[in-house]
Design a protein around this ligand. Structure first.
Ligand code: AMP
Ligand code: GLY
Length: 422
């Protein structure tokens, strides 16, 4: 099989790494890829959002399967364009990708499916939104409806903070059109879990769970990021909670999407809050998490490629995924300054030494090769140092041993990944 993976981050490196191990594979490309991906796939200089160029390339090379990493190409219609060209694509149609692109849509679908979540209300008018906040009191959550690069959510501890968020999002439009509509939600309390399900339009099977670390600083302090580290499986997410999440959230939502004529195929990422009365939905994403994907891929024993194909072909009903009985943990190394402004071009050394630590895989995100062959940082999140171990503590120790073997003056990482479970 000839496969094209779309994207160029740590998640896509992990996907390429897993697909490259498949005996079914004959050729693997990644657009645009990165320096680490170039070791397992041929990188193609096409942007992840250039749908026409991606489809033209897939046609020219007779690609059998396109695998979408990030949400942007999906919301722009990559899967629809592939379908029109007769090419299989792992990932939902633009209509089904609205589960990530619009939070109000997600809440409507979840309510219609009876999936438990936060109480919510939507507003197009700032004065009405502020009045609702004053009536409800704090803590309360304010969200821009549309995509806001992960920055559209304010968990407000006070009414004043929530009203200021309305002013920023609706009046000053700091997220542009994404803030024309806001959602105001009940603040859920508990631990968050990223739960993944593989979906073929009618059937969903669990694809594992992980816990992310969204804040940039140790002890969950500082601004939000795309994710500074993850581990899998999360001890808090018992088999009973997984079964409840499938039965009460994923399966009914899949049925509701099919009923609406927009069946969901691909990986459904449910952001869950584990509350005193079970798992409740915070949000959906229509793709793997990054860095959660890295922690899942090193645990997967089954060949990933037939699983992706079964999802495309509506054949998940009798599919079974096998997992290694290990724990995985990923530490993200980011450029100094991230998630704010950061410098590009600093050199990274010592990855060979890091890779020698038993159980370690270093996935690349924002890396490139300089003309002289040196590895340099070109993004905010740059490396995902991933390790497996018989226990989570072993995985953590191996990951940090590898981090310490890396010589990168321009980088930093959190030192406490996994703290909730350790
Ligand atoms: P989202 O972009 O929807 O994932 O929201 C970002 C973060 O805000 C989540 O990961 C949660 O930590 C938090 N959050 C969102 N909605 C709620 C809620 N209803 N209650 C508590 N925390 C929330
Ligand atoms: N790590 C969270 C995400 O990928 O959205």
């Amino acid at each position: 099989m000839k496969v094209l993976v779309v994207g160029g981050g740590g998640r896509e490196h992990a996907l390429c790494w897993a697909i490259a191990a498949s005996p079914l594979l004959t050729q693997l490309w990644c657009a645009p890829g990165n320096a680490g991906i170039a070791e397992v796939a041929e990188c193609v200089a096409i942007g992840a959002e250039d749908i026409a160029a991606l489809v033209a390339f897939a046609r020219e090379k007779s690609v059998d399967l396109v695998v979408a990493g990030p949400e942007a190409p999906l919301t722009l219609g990559l899967a629809d364009a592939c379908a029109a060209a007769g090419i299989k694509c792992f990932g939902p149609s633009a209509a089904a990708a609205r589960l990530e692109a619009s939070k109000a849509f997600t809440r409507e679908v979840a309510d219609a499916a009876g999936a438990p979540g936060a109480r919510w209300a939507r507003f197009e008018d700032a004065a009405a939104a502020k009045a609702h906040i004053r009536a409800q009191g704090a803590p309360i959550v304010v969200k821009a409806d549309g995509l806001a690069a992960g920055k559209g959510v304010v968990v407000a501890a006070t009414v004043a903070e929530a009203e200021a968020a309305i002013a920023d999002i609706m009046e000053s439009r700091i997220h542009g059109a994404a803030g024309a509509t806001v959602l105001i939600e009940e603040c859920l309390v508990g631990q968050e879990v990223s739960f993944f399900a593989l979906c073929d339009g009618t059937t969903a099977i669990p694809l594992g769970a992980a816990q992310d670390h969204k804040r940039v600083g140790d002890g969950d302090t500082g601004p939000n990021t795309g994710g500074m580290g993850a581990y899998s499986p999360p001890p808090v997410f018992t088999d009973a909670l997984r079964d409840a999440a499938m039965a009460r959230i994923v399966t009914p939502v899949l049925a509701e999407m099919a009923r609406r004529g927009t069946p969901f195929r691909g990986v459904l990422f449910a952001g869950l809050m584990i509350t005193a009365d079970g798992p409740r939905l915070i949000e959906f994403n229509v793709r793997f998490g990054d860095p959660e994907c890295q922690a899942l891929m090193v645990r997967l024993r089954s060949d990933l490629l037939p699983a992706l194909l079964a999802a495309c072909d509506g054949e998940l009903a009798n599919f079974d995924l096998r997992w290694e009985p290990v724990h995985a943990l990923v530490v993200v190394m980011a450029a100094q300054g991230y998630p704010g402004a950061y410098a590009k071009g600093s050199e990274i050394r010592g990855l060979e030494r890091a890779a020698q630590v038993p159980g370690v895989q270093v996935f690349h995100a924002g890396t490139a090769r300089r003309e002289d062959g040196a590895l340099v940082a070109v993004g905010g999140r740059v490396l995902g140092v991933t390790a497996t171990g018989a226990t989570l503590a072993e995985a953590r120790d191996a990951a940090y041993a590898a981090v310490d073997a890396i010589d990168w003056q321009g980088g930093f990482c959190r030192r406490d990944i996994g703290w909730r479970a350790l």
